[in-house]
Design a binder for this molecule. Structure first.
Ligand SMILES: Cc1ncc(COP(=O)(O)O)c(C=O)c1O
Length: 396
């Protein structure tokens, strides 16, 4: 080996095992991004005794770094819980709860207006593993009571429902489960409320799931989910299952959520205000048979929303008058210029998606016309109303 090669070899080792350590005292508004798969242990004794489950040590990137621990603590605070777990998407957070808490022979219940892919996971996958499910009408506690069985181990709540935005009587639903199925865990999809519109844990739920993809990210560019709980034993069941499933999250994505979290309440309030203005405008238009928005009097469950919440997310769904065909409604959506066509919500860009209620629900619904769900972004709401006004001309 030449002298030059030798010095390059020394340099490459030095680049990896460099002796420099920056001073520890560094404070800035944002948390540093600690990325790792491998985490070092001081010695083999430390390797054997380190515990990630109580956040007393780091063991492997999948089990947490300072960056994920900080986001988890902040999310637990946001939702009024004590523990948080990160998952690669909101849907992964939902399936994590199902997989962690259910076994063959168990039964779970979902509201008829639950987020669709969570329902499909129960129907297509949990059923293959001997786990049965039922659907209840979230607007009728008696329907939930009738659907509970001695085998029911998990009951999902969602407020308001996906797309149709009916706001259930949450205290009555929680009471029904506690009285009739004390063995069941109550899980709440808290994405719409985002920890800001109402306090899910004060209602007595056991855990919340939050699609951080929506408001906590706020950018339309990150997929992540969380599961927040209060009870240590429940958290441990979820956390051990999470570690066995290998549901890791990317540290740059964690950083993006940490950066967006401080502005969450401001963005939520702005999108709430825009949603209410837009919903009021919808209410003045004869093309719409119904405007679905929990803060609008007349929207299903408005009184339940008013009893529990001051705030609302920026989602508005309209039911077109049944005299308009699905094709005409598609023409309206296609004519929108500011609203883009796309899934999800909570980002800066307003979105619109058409739906047919009959394709989404198992129980009878009152909706006969085509639905369009609008997600209000951060544009000037007058521009969005002007956009929807011009697009209505495409109905013909
Ligand atoms: C209410 C609700 N929960 C969960 C999810 C799933 O979130 P993700 O898109 O991060 O999987 C969504 C996504 O639209 C949702 O609307």
């Amino acid at each position: 080996m030449s002298e030059q090669d030798d010095s390059i070899t020394c340099r490459s080792t030095g680049l990896i095992h460099h002796p420099y350590r920056p001073p520890a005292a560094f404070e800035a508004p944002t948390q540093g991004v600690f990325k790792a798969s491998t985490v070092y242990f001081a010695d083999t004794a430390a390797m054997r005794s380190s515990r990630w489950i109580d956040k007393s040590a780091y063991t492997y990137g999948l089990h947490g770094t300072p960056t994920t621990f900080v986001l988890e603590e902040r999310l637990a605070t946001l939702e009024g819980g004590r523990h948080a777990i990160l998952a690669p998407s909101g849907l992964a957070a939902i399936t994590l709860v199902d997989i962690a808490l259910l076994k063959s022979g168990d039964h779970l219940l979902l509201p008829d207006n639950a987020y669709g892919p969570g329902r499909r996971f129960a129907k297509e996958d949990l059923s293959r593993w001997g786990i049965t499910h039922g659907i209840y009408d979230p607007m009728d506690a008696a329907s939930l009571a009738a659907a509970l069985t001695p085998a029911t181990r998990l009951v999902w709540l969602e407020a308001p429902g996906s797309v149709t935005l009916e706001f259930p009587d949450l205290p009555a639903l929680v009471r029904t489960v506690r009285e009739q199925a004390p063995q069941a865990v109550i899980a709440m999809d808290n994405t719409w409320g985002a920890g800001l519109a109402f306090d899910a844990f004060a209602l007595g739920v056991d855990l919340t799931v939050h699609a951080l993809t929506k408001y906590p990210s706020g950018g339309g560019d990150v997929l992540m989910g969380s599961v927040v709980s209060r009870d240590d034993a429940l958290h441990h069941r979820l956390a051990w299952a999470h570690s066995r499933l290998g549901f890791g999250v990317g540290l740059n994505d964690v950083e993006a959520i940490l950066r967006s979290l401080p502005s969450l309440p401001l963005r939520y309030a702005a999108q709430d205000a825009a949603g209410r203005r837009f919903a009021q405008w919808c209410g003045t238009r004869g093309e719409f048979a119904r405007v679905l928005h929990p803060a609008m009097p007349g929207s299903p469950g408005h009184a339940h929303w008013a009893a529990l919440c001051k705030a609302a997310a920026g989602l508005v769904t309209v039911e077109f008058d049944p005299r308009y065909s699905a094709k005409q409604v598609d023409a309206f959506v296609d004519a929108l210029e500011r609203f883009r066509i796309g899934w999800s919500w909570g980002g800066p860009v307003s979105l619109a998606v058409p739906y047919q209620a009959a394709e989404m629900r198992g129980l009878p619904t009152p909706y006969r016309g085509t639905l369009v769900r609008f997600c209000l972004g951060l544009e000037a709401v007058d521009d969005l109303i002007a956009d929807a006004t011009q697009a209505l001309r495409a109905l013909g």
